[in-house]
Design a protein around this ligand. Structure first.
Ligand code: 475
Length: 852
């Protein structure tokens, strides 16, 4: 070892990403070396998969040096760091994104060409990292991209599930779930830090002990089961900056300690068994979106992740600041992505009081300065509550601390509202039900200094509904809004390279700097009356639609005509998102077309006078246990079978369900939509982020006055979006009316129900719950109230689209629809996740970018 020290070589580094990727020679040399050593193959026996692995390893090598330099820089500057705790990171593919952020895509494409490979083929070898369900997980992925790109010191912490969200197959029109074993081949993007192993305890008991020096009593938790958390790191490159942060995900591993009592009693199987189960903790992502199932293993996942992450954060702090705990909130901010990591509040209090010996109040004032909480949903079925006995058995000391937090909190509330039992019961962290439950959102609010919603409407709603009693206690200022955003690197440059290129050209921005200054898009407005430009814009959409048509053909066998209106709804299947409203309207259209044909009206005449040709494109997964969502998927597929095989219809209507909607498919689908649906019952969709992606890619939006649709409308202008439907403020009254006066089925919807019940789409019993839920069980999601408005809005928007979409020389289409498309893109700058992250940094975390 001394030899190394003396050699003077300790300061040398392997090449960073710029050095590996900027010259063809460096790339090719590293590529070949990885083929021959890492993969133990040779260049004559190197297929696309091997090429993907060799290329990824090459990029990764460079990234790791960027990463190390970044960590060193951040340590020296010693500024405040933020940690984003999320149980989901829906990252998608890493390679293309890394090449774009490192601005090395063109070089690498050429290098690969010279080596005999095609970059696109190579990119397609990579499996999606699908460690998330939907919006919440994808938001976390956009946020880590922005943290790096805007030069913040900010890490993500999560779990490294062996199985991501299931793969969806459609068999006979039904969803079938297949496990997503995404680590089948070695993953070049993850670096296991075998040296970072953190013990995490569960179960056991609590006893009182006395400090031998001071004699002061203290609580000691003796855990009954120990599991190791092993760190697995994913480097997160920023766009056009060397700043490279880290996404640290934990793997659960058995300890070497095992149960010798059981072993000695001859029960070897049992003694090994408990340890074998350790791996189960990080084995599978719970496949529910906007829904909590309350399983004990889920609570175990949460504590395992939170304990490991906090231990890691505290260790890093102590290395630099010893036990200077008052500095802790100046150095560290922790964002809770929904209530899933709320135990972190309790764990930090336990670390400070039980392990570090701080007084309760001093510890608590540190804790509440560090944490902030983001709420992503108001749906009651998604709000986490844990039965007291379940939590107390798994984490006995934490339950005591929760009771103490609640005790001190309620004492303060009592001071503010003397004798008000009502308020006390409402804000109590413990719900006095049978069984008693811990309200995780209440705990998160009490343990945080800021609480935010994810779009203006949603942030206002939480203050007046689910959290209104906390506003009374803490005041308005604790509750704030940060409207979501999406990263334009992945969702414009990567998904829509031709549009990104045209924009760069028009903005005279050959370096694509607008991708980190998205407000610059505004300059596109200048060209809105330039016909040549509009034609180019439209031809790019057409190109993207052909690309989607190819995907649809490959996945379903259905042939789409790229000149028709592509009407898209892709997102998790949920009653509140109302895919049923969409498919009912499609059925109505089909029935009307059939009726017109029966009356002797020709297809050509229908096209000119009644309906323009369109393809309704659906996609999305249903939670495996969500019967109603699965029924909707089945109906969409069956409607597709009927409509697509009806020779009388021609290209006037097609209905497609794209199986296994995921991030990499979204990258194809999003840029190809003419129109996308964001039609949730008003007040139910917290924000939505795909609405932003579609609008950013020149698709127009049909939507309700919900979530971020409201702000999108404000930014792009109400003449450039198709809003419809009842408002959030009417929802409660309408629901009430349904129950007390009965549900009125509009005539058009009645015809649709009639067709379904006639067996047109197969056995009507299969759709009984869906139809009866509306007819007899109160139509909770207000399909009947919004159905006719939805149809009317379609009539309006289809006039704007015109009859010859896709024909680049159709000047009506160009001057109506395409113009709106340009104007929406020009005004979408606000919805960059960079802006969202800057708002968090300034208003919630109080952090500054690092110097590069
Ligand atoms: C909202 N997921 C979108 C998006 O803010 C919003 C996951 C596990 C358990 C329970 N719930 C979840 C969500 O709550 C969720 O994905 N919420 C979504 O967050 C980002 O844009 O409107 O529905």
């Amino acid at each position: 070892q001394l030899k190394v020290l003396d050699s003077g070589k300790r300061g040398t580094h392997a090449p960073d990403s710029a050095a590996v990727l900027s010259t063809k020679d460096a790339f090719e040399e590293s590529f070949v070396r990885h083929v021959e050593t890492t993969l133990a193959r040779n260049m004559y026996n190197c297929d696309s998969l091997a090429a993907y692995q060799a290329a990824s390893n090459t990029i990764r090598d460079g990234l790791l040096i960027d990463w190390a330099n970044t960590q060193q820089k951040q340590t020296i500057q010693d500024g405040k760091r933020v940690y984003y705790l999320s149980l989901e990171f829906l990252m998608g593919r890493a390679m293309d994104n890394a090449l774009i952020n490192l601005k090395s895509r063109d070089n690498t494409k050429q290098s690969l060409n010279e080596l005999g490979f095609n970059l696109e083929d190579v990119i397609h070898q990579e499996p999606d990292a699908a460690l998330g369900n939907g919006g919440l997980g994808r938001l976390a992925a956009c946020f880590v991209d922005s943290l790096s790109s805007k030069n913040y010191s900010g890490w993500g912490y999560g779990l490294n599930y062996q199985y991501g969200i299931f793969k969806q197959k459609i068999i006979d029109g039904y969803q079938v779930e297949v496990p997503d074993y995404w680590l089948k081949y070695s993953n070049p993007w993850e670096i296991t830090r075998h040296e970072i192993q953190i013990p995490v305890d569960f179960y056991g008991y609590v006893y009182e002990d006395h400090d031998p020096n001071t004699g002061i009593a203290k609580k000691v938790w003796s855990g009954g089961e120990r599991v190791l958390a092993v760190a697995v790191d994913f480097p997160i490159p920023g766009y056009n900056t060397p700043n490279t942060n880290n996404l640290r995900l934990w793997n659960a591993k058995p300890t070497e300690e095992f149960d010798f009592t059981k072993f000695n009693a001859g029960d070897y199987q049992q003694s090994v068994g408990a340890q074998q189960r350790a791996e189960a903790i990080t084995s599978v992502l719970y496949p529910n979106d906007n829904f909590e199932s309350g399983k004990e293993l889920r609570l175990k996942q949460q504590y395992f992740w939170v304990a490991a992450s906090l231990h890691d954060i505290v260790r890093r702090f102590k290395k630099q600041h010893k036990n200077n705990w008052t500095k802790f909130p100046d150095q560290i901010a922790i964002q809770l992505n929904d209530t899933h990591p709320t135990l972190a509040v309790v764990e930090l209090q336990r670390i400070l009081v039980d392990l570090e010996g701080l007084e309760w109040e001093k510890a608590w004032s540190i804790v509440t300065k560090v944490f902030a909480y983001t709420n992503h949903t108001v749906l009651p079925e998604a709000l986490e509550k844990w039965p007291v006995d379940v939590l107390g058995r798994l984490l006995p000391r934490h339950l005591e601390i929760i009771y103490d937090i609640n005790f001190f909190f309620l004492k303060e509330v009592e001071k503010k509202f003397p004798g008000d039992r009502d308020v006390l019961g409402k804000v109590s962290i413990i719900e006095e039900s049978t069984p008693k439950q811990i309200r995780m959102a209440s705990l998160a609010i009490v343990g945080s200094h800021k609480v935010n919603g994810v779009a203006e409407l949603h942030s206002e709603l939480i203050k007046t509904t689910i959290f209104k009693d906390f506003v009374k206690v803490f005041g308005e200022d604790k509750f704030t809004n940060v409207t979501n955003g999406v990263t334009p690197r992945r969702w414009l440059r990567q998904a829509n390279p031709l549009l990104a290129e045209l924009i760069a050209e028009k903005l005279e921005d050959p370096e694509y700097d607008y991708l980190t200054n998205l407000g610059n898009l505004k300059k596109l407005e200048k060209f809105v009356n330039d016909d040549e430009f509009l034609k180019k814009w439209d031809s790019i959409k057409f190109h993207n639609k052909k690309r989607l048509a190819d995907l649809v053909k490959e996945e379903t066998g259905i042939v789409l005509d790229p000149t028709v209106l592509f009407d898209v709804q892709v997102k998790r299947i949920h009653e509140y998102k109302r895919q049923q409203l969409n498919i009912f309207a499609v059925i109505y259209r089909y029935l009307r077309i059939k009726q017109l044909l029966a009356e002797g009206v020709s297809l050509e005449e229908i096209k000119l006078k009644h309906y323009i040709p369109k393809a309704s494109i659906f996609g999305g997964k249903a939670a495996p246990g969500y019967y109603m969502a699965k029924t909707i998927i089945h109906l969409v597929n069956k409607v597709g079978d009927v409509v697509n095989n009806d020779p009388a219809i021609g290209n006037l209507l097609k209905v497609v369900f794209i199986p296994d909607y995921n991030v990499s498919k979204a990258e194809i689908i999003t840029p190809a939509s003419d129109l996308s649906n964001h039609i949730s019952t008003a007040g139910t969709e917290a924000s939505g982020t795909s609405n932003m992606k579609f609008a950013l890619n020149g698709g127009l939006v049909i939507g309700t006055v919900d979530g971020a649709n409201v702000e999108i409308t404000r930014e792009i202008g109400e003449e450039n979006i198709f809003l419809f439907g009842n408002l959030a403020e009417s929802v409660e009254e309408l629901r009430h009316k349904h129950i007390y006066e009965g549900v009125k089925i509009p005539a058009a919807l009645g015809e649709v129900f009639g067709a379904i019940e006639s067996g047109l789409f197969g056995n009507p019993d299969e759709y009984r719950a869906l139809v009866d839920g509306i007819r007899y069980h109160g139509d909770y999601y207000l399909v009947t109230d919004d159905f006719d408005l939805f149809l009317q809005t379609h009539v309006k928007l289809e006039k704007v689209f015109g009859h010859h979409g896709g024909d680049a020389n159709d000047s009506d289409h160009l001057h109506s629809w395409v113009k709106k498309s340009v104007l929406s893109v020009a005004n979408m700058g606000f919805f960059s996740s960079d802006r969202a992250i800057d708002e968090y940094a300034e208003n919630i975390w109080d952090i500054e970018p690092t110097n590069q």
